[in-house]
Design a protein around this ligand. Sequence first.
Ligand SMILES: *Cc1c(COP(=O)(O)O)cnc(C)c1O
Length: 354
Amino acid sequence: MIAAYGIPVTRVERSKLHDIPLENIPFGKYFTDHMLEADYENGEWKNIEIKPYQPLLLSPSVAALHYGQAIFEGIKAYKDKEGNPFIFRPVDNYKRFNLSAERMQMPTVPRELFVEGMRQLIDLDKNWIPEKDDHSLYIRPFMFSSDELIGVRPSDTYKFMIILSPTGPYYVAPMRIYVEEHYSRAAPGGIGYAKAAGNYGASMLVTAEAKKKGYDQVLWTDALEHKYVQEIGTMNVFFIIGDKAITPDLTQGTILAGVTRESAVTLLEEMGYKVEERKISIDELVEAYQAGSLNEVFGTGTAATISLIKELRYKDFVMNFDVSKWEAAPELKKRLNDIRQSKVIDKHGWMYKV
Ligand SMILES: *Cc1c(COP(=O)(O)O)cnc(C)c1O
């Protein structure tokens, strides 16, 4: 246990909280007073400390900047009615972080450092968790290679950090989505299932081109045939067809296994939908749309929770949806938010007490 060696804390002299109103805060722009930092050297994690949020001093030769051994996570913390802080499913993110680390030939992080370190950091900065509806504290753990050597090889040293950013409400207007069939996000055998920085760098051009055509994001299709749907931006995707909720399966390792996705599968089943995790082709979607049974399309992810999709464009074929008539996505969003804001009993054990 980390408590045994205790994380040393250096506190700020004056909290920045007085200068930042915790209302209608843009996503990812403000950071709390403190951060967690740890170094991996000679096969172990050391220099674990919580200290004032501050810039890093890095050598220009630091390996991550050149070869991209860099991974991250995204998690949210909330307060219940009594003001007690809770983190949503941090252990699931901890496990996914280490899967990403293994794929990128990086050291794994002990659970105590990731989960208990996060808990201690949030406890220290708990006044930064906004209490308003739809607000939360976004938690960003990340790791990067830190050898000062520009040779292509896995680094011997790494830095693990956690920073916190108050956020919300993350309202996203119903989106227009372009089905991408030229570029690919991830191929079987690649790093699609890892939350690795390079995946996002590779998507910027593609998203920018979709934006030029008037779309918000792309729906990625599989790299081999561009026939089967994968995911959207930083969200997994669900389709309601009749009484079924269908989402692409994770077996090929090309899709990020979202914690929100998994929560959505559980809640949709509780809502009475038959959930299918399987391959789903664009042709099947077009057919269902033409038959009038493709009722809803939405994305799931930590940042926006559930994002409604009002238009899906495949080649010259445009599928339009009247989101005001939807039932599944709004109900799912409400159920998820009620659990996260402790408005209902957390029977799944998803809320982790700080
Ligand atoms: C983070 C992410 C998701 C959503 O995962 P959550 O755990 O639900 O936040 C989905 N797809 C990609 C590519 C992502 O990076």
